[in-house]
Design a protein around this ligand. Structure first.
Ligand code: SF4
Length: 248
């Protein structure tokens, strides 16, 4: 068995085990789920639509956003990057993943989540959730790699966020998974730690948000995979999709 198969077998085994021993995991139905303070739909200005792009035309919307981004120099992260990582996937995705920012491999390739953590994310999507990675959209809170993979600074997040807001507005997924502290906190407009917001369903401008551990964290803490599997089962339920390993 390869490492990847091992990882997913482990993930699925956790899920099957938990399903077999007790009705654990995220409270259900979603209406009963405590919603974090977040949303701030009222406090957060609605993102501007991509100029010239109708909301029903996500491809054109995303192309316009990319064009507006240009050779972006709006924050200091521009100085150290090799490539802008715009994000990629299906412009009409019903599921979106939002992480923190590009790492070294992503910076090299100009693609989101293509390093080791990205491979684990692919496994979670394809082997765990039985979806295709090409059917979802994957992006980050900041589009340029922070030096030495440090955390993005608040002003950098602020400078970059109009583009992510517009991407979400163009794609209008049904569910967004916030990966790790930055993805989860940004989507839910909260300062609560990821350890407290994960496992709960929140909302971003009417779109359901499921925060979970970042795949890079899972590489360091494999025991947290069982949490992620519970969260991905929540995502599948929200999407009305079957849950692999569960019958009925
Ligand atoms: S991180 Fe965002 S705002 Fe900063 S330079 Fe890159 S694309 Fe522009």
């Amino acid at each position: 068995m390869t490492d990847r198969e091992d990882v997913l077998a482990d993930l699925l085994a956790h899920g099957r085990h938990l399903a077999s021993v007790a009705p654990v995991g995220v409270p259900w139905p979603p209406s009963a789920v405590p919603v974090t303070e977040r949303t701030a739909a009222a406090a957060t200005p609605q993102p501007a639509r991509a100029e010239g792009a109708a909301p029903s035309d996500p491809e054109a919307g995303l192309a316009a956003i990319r064009e507006d981004l240009g050779d972006c120099q709006r924050c200091r992260l521009a100085g150290g990057r090799k490539r802008i990582v715009f994000g990629q996937g299906n412009p009409r995705a019903e599921l979106m993943f939002v992480g923190e920012g590009p790492g070294a491999e992503e910076d090299e390739q100009g693609l989101a989540f293509v390093g080791r953590a990205g491979q684990l994310l692919t496994d979670i999507i394809e082997k765990g959730m039985k979806m295709k990675r090409s059917d979802v959209w994957i992006g980050n809170v900041v589009k340029c790699r922070p030096p030495q993979n440090r955390n993005p600074e608040p002003d950098e997040v602020l400078a970059c966020q109009p583009f992510l807001e517009r991407q979400i507005e163009a794609i209008r997924p049904r569910v967004i998974v916030g990966l790790g502290k930055f993805g989860g906190q940004w989507l839910l407009k909260t300062a609560e730690p990821i350890s407290r917001i994960r496992g709960r369903v929140g909302e971003y401008h009417g779109i359901q948000v499921v925060p979970t551990w970042h795949p890079a964290y899972l590489l360091r803490n494999p025991a947290a995979k069982k949490d992620v599997w519970e969260d991905m089962k929540t995502v599948l339920r929200l999407l009305g999709r079957p849950i692999p390993g569960e019958t009925g």
